[in-house]
Design a protein around this ligand. Structure first.
Ligand code: MV4
Length: 448
């Protein structure tokens, strides 16, 4: 096994990875910006290296500094966590060429799935349903309009280099099309230096359901069930759960096998997620693949009893998967609330000092955080300060447990999303499982 791993991240995910390493007897190297010198990930790692000033571009995204840090500490592998360099194919390639194992998929897989138009073609080739849409990218406005007419409105124009909601334009009718198409191209060029866009039929009230995958270098790939991630706002997920109320045993197997087919088609390795959109008739369509460990991975861990980060490290070392498909059983129900330090009305970040930080506990409660009493939230990074995860026998019990845990979670000094989570958890539609990606819109606008 690896003797030493460098963690190219900060916050709760850096701690999560350090914990997995400790339990595997692997030494850890933390990297940090000057703003994070007093962070728990620095404190709990065996060694630490300061890699630059506060701004992410100068520190957590500073590839030469991170590679140098790995070289001077003799780290054999780098775990990128999520965000920052996790889906940067050049970084994965540089790791490889400097003899450092990147704990994740190959640079080729990252690059392929980073191009959402190519990812769509790959899914199609694997026999996975995709939404009716263009064959690859469309450059000419006239042919784009022709395709949109054939699909029938509404349609959505998406940036090939986008994902996660950036560079998308929904077009409700023909009158808006030409303008929206050019706007999408212009936005894509500005945001990603790549104007490529493609077109899909637009689903009005989809659910977002994703399948967790794990694959090794020997060609084994398994699915670990689904996560329901429909409760989101401005393309930021707020609550995730496993399993989804809408997915039964048969559908889980079918979607799982579809996800595995994509993994096998591209010889995928390590952790990955296939995102699907599901319509009101429970028809599902491939949307994107995420080539990283995700924020919401704990809900899958809670219902499978598996440690996904340890498994990532094992397969990156070249070991085979430690479980087979028929050993994976979904037990009970898990919910995660992302606790952000932000003004819940204005959606603006709320940095500052946590004058009180009292996380909940008790049976079936898990808190993933790097915050502590008197911790100062720096203004440079994202606003998530904790993930609160519960596990219980049933969804109803998990909801009750989450409500109890949210009541115990006392954070003072900054505004947080805890009150918003309490409202969602007590919403009759949420409790019935009657949710879609439009839930938060209807929620903040009772007229809908
Ligand atoms: C869609 C869609 C409806 N129809 N594509 C948003 C993020 C990006 N990954 C793709 N997204 C969507 N693509 C078609 N053909 C609706 C969304 C969408 C969405 C998807 C998942 C979760 C939240 C969402 C919020 C708004 C729009």
């Amino acid at each position: 096994m690896f003797k030493k791993i460098l963690i190219a991240n900060r916050g709760e995910i850096a701690l999560r990875i350090i914990r997995a390493c400790k339990e595997m007897n692997i030494k850890t190297v933390a990297v940090h910006s000057t703003a994070d010198a007093d962070s728990l990930h620095v404190r709990f790692a065996d060694e630490s290296v300061c890699i630059g000033p506060p701004k992410s571009a100068d520190s957590y995204l500073n590839v030469p500094s991170i590679i140098s840090a790995a070289e001077i500490t003799d780290a054999e592998a780098i775990h990128p966590g999520y965000g920052f360099l996790a889906e940067n194919s050049s970084f994965a390639e540089i790791c490889g060429s400097t003899g450092i194992r990147f704990i994740g998929p190959s640079p080729e897989s990252i690059k392929l799935m980073g191009d959402k138009a190519k990812a769509r073609e790959t899914a199609k080739k694997a026999g996975v349903p995709v939404l009716p849409g263009s064959d690859g990218i469309v450059t000419e406005e006239s042919s784009a309009l022709e395709i949109a007419r054939e699909l029938g409105f509404p349609v959505i124009v998406k940036a090939a280099a986008g994902g996660g909601g950036k560079g998308m334009r929904v077009v409700m009718d023909e009158v808006e099309f030409a303008n929206a198409f050019v706007m999408a191209q212009t936005e894509a060029l500005a945001a990603f230096s790549n104007a490529d866009v493609y077109i899909e039929k637009y689903i009005l009230q989809p659910r977002h359901i994703e399948i967790q995958l794990m694959a090794d270098e020997k060609g084994n790939a398994v699915y670990l069930g689904e996560r329901e991630c429909s409760i989101q706002r401005r393309h930021q997920k707020l609550i995730e759960e496993a399993p989804s109320v809408i997915v039964d045993e048969r559908l889980r197997k079918e979607m799982g096998e579809m996800a595995v087919a994509i993994a096998k088609t591209v010889k995928y390795r390590n952790a990955g997620t296939i995102e699907f959109l599901m319509d009101e008739d429970k028809k599902y369509y491939f949307m994107e693949m995420n080539t990283r460990i995700q924020v919401e991975h704990p809900v899958t861990e809670m219902v499978t009893g598996l440690d996904l980060v340890k498994e990532q490290i094992r397969v990156a070392f070249g070991m085979p998967l430690s479980f087979t498909q028929d050993q994976i059983k979904i037990t009970g129900h898990s919910i995660e609330c992302r606790i952000n330090a932000e003004d819940p009305e204005k959606f603006t970040p709320s940095p500052g000092t946590l004058t009180t930080f009292n996380p909940p506990g008790g049976l079936g409660v898990r808190v993933e955080t790097a915050a502590y009493n008197r911790y100062v939230i720096p203004p440079y990074y994202d606003s998530m300060i904790a993930k609160l995860i519960v596990h219980a026998a049933t969804r109803d019990e998990a909801i009750m447990r989450m409500q109890r845990a949210l009541d115990e979670f006392i954070i003072e000094g900054v505004k947080t999303t805890i009150p918003m989570h309490k409202k969602i958890l007590s919403d009759p539609d949420f409790q019935k499982g009657n949710i879609s990606t439009k839930f938060m819109e209807r929620y903040s606008n009772p007229a809908k």
